[in-house]
Write a protein that binds this ligand. Structure first.
Ligand SMILES: Cc1cc2nc3c(=O)[nH]c(=O)nc-3n(C[C@H](O)[C@H](O)[C@H](O)COP(=O)(O)OP(=O)(O)OC[C@H]3O[C@@H](n4cnc5c(N)ncnc54)[C@H](O)[C@@H]3O)c2cc1C
Ligand code: SF4
Length: 328
């Protein structure tokens, strides 16, 4: 392990000041970063502990929720406003990791956790463009059961691992950032990148930029929402496919719908094509299946992950069927 210094920031300004030096990394709960350091995938010279940033969840004037970056995953999942108004978010968080890890993990860290591609962590024997740009990708012709079927590139076929982020994509959250150029906000959909030919960049964050909060918009129909995660084990496993969805019906027709997919791409995948097809139509299994077929039309299977295409379609039919039943 490379030696590093440690300092704790009191607030965002303090974190930015401490984070000026090169090769610094912000430390949330450490549940991903510490593993990356142990495996020498990450070699920061300095760690800036940002768990002293806001850990509050407050109502916004517009009727949404502002969630501080240091809020622990457990606290967010258990918050009564999240459970009742955005149940997909609560369920997504509770579908991830273990209770102990969720108690430690922060909202900011969850958003920036790195892929679980095993070749990425294998510093001894595997080529990985994300870890060592230009070195190649041993996953593409390797074991690809957990890898991407949408939006991948010839440089990287990794998936984004977060469950929470799939719900944030469906809810159209806003990310609050603080960097050397000041504060800014970006839509959650813009935060994570597709790999293209630069898979070493997971997000659009500038060097040293800090996540300070995530904002949920008011979305009354999200009270009828859910998250379903399909995985190899019932707990403590990352998603093969997951779906965050919300549904509103009016006179038996779909008035509004949100769908985001996890486990299929380098970032949470908003199923915009499926949503567009469903709007105004019936919430029947046949209609949802037809929309899923359109959404997955560009999916590309690797050696071991072709099953994800059909699995996504079937899971979407099941999830929207449940939400339609609850809304009727
Ligand atoms: C065994 C195991 C199983 C898991 N299973 C799942 C699962 O099923 N589903 C799932 O979604 N997750 C799973 N996880 C991942 C877990 O959710 C993440 O490790 C956790 O959310 C990361 O949060 P953290 O606060 O510990 O981040 P850290 O590990 O502290 O940091 C992660 C990254 O975020 C950066 N960072 C942290 N805070 C900020 C900030 N405010 N601004 C800018 N950068 C910041 C760090 O520099 C680092 O790059 C699992 C983890 C483990 C170890
Ligand atoms: S899929 Fe991406 S993360 Fe995995 S080995 Fe290839 S380049 Fe690295």
């Amino acid at each position: 392990m490379t030696p590093f210094t440690y300092a704790r920031a009191d607030d965002a300004a303090d974190a930015l000041r401490l984070g000026q030096a090169t090769a610094t990394a912000y430390l949330g709960g450490g549940t991903n970063l510490v593993d990356l350091i142990r495996e020498t995938v990450a070699r920061p010279a300095a760690l800036i502990d940002v768990t002293g940033l806001s850990n509050a969840i407050v109502e916004t004037q517009g009727g949404g929720l502002m969630i501080g970056a240091a809020v622990r995953n457990t606290a967010l999942a258990e918050h009564i406003g999240v459970r009742t108004r955005y149940p997909m978010l609560s369920r997504a968080i509770l579908a991830g990791a273990s209770a102990q890890i969720r108690n430690m993990a922060t909202v900011g860290g969850n958003m920036l956790q790195r892929t679980r591609c095993t070749y990425f962590y294998d510093t001894d024997g595997s080529r990985c463009n994300k870890r060592a740009p230009g070195s190649g990708c041993d996953a593409i012709e390797g074991f690809t059961r957990g890898h991407a079927i949408l939006g991948a590139s010839s440089a990287c076929v990794a998936t984004h691992p977060s469950d929470m982020c799939v719900a944030l994509a469906a809810l159209e959250a806003t990310v609050h950032l603080h960097g050397r150029g000041g504060a800014r906000t970006i839509p959650f959909a813009s935060l994570h990148r597709l790999p293209g030919d630069r898979p070493e960049f997971d997000t659009v964050l500038e060097p040293g930029e800090l996540i300070t909060a995530i904002e949920l918009p008011p979305l009354p129909f999200a009270a009828n929402s859910t998250y379903r995660k399909v995985r190899d084990r019932a707990s403590y496993a990352f998603a093969l496919v997951s779906i965050a969805a919300a549904l509103e019906l009016e006179d038996g027709r779909i008035k509004d719908v949100r769908i985001a997919l996890g486990g299929v791409a380098h970032r949470p995948w908003r199923a915009s094509k499926a949503e567009a097809m469903l709007l105004g139509g019936p919430a029947t299994a046949a209609a949802v299946h037809a929309a899923a077929v359109v959404e997955m039309a560009d999916a590309v299977a690797l050696r071991d992950n072709g099953f994800k295409i059909e699995l996504t379609k079937r899971t979407l039919v099941a999830v929207l069927g449940d939400l339609a039943g609850a809304a009727a």
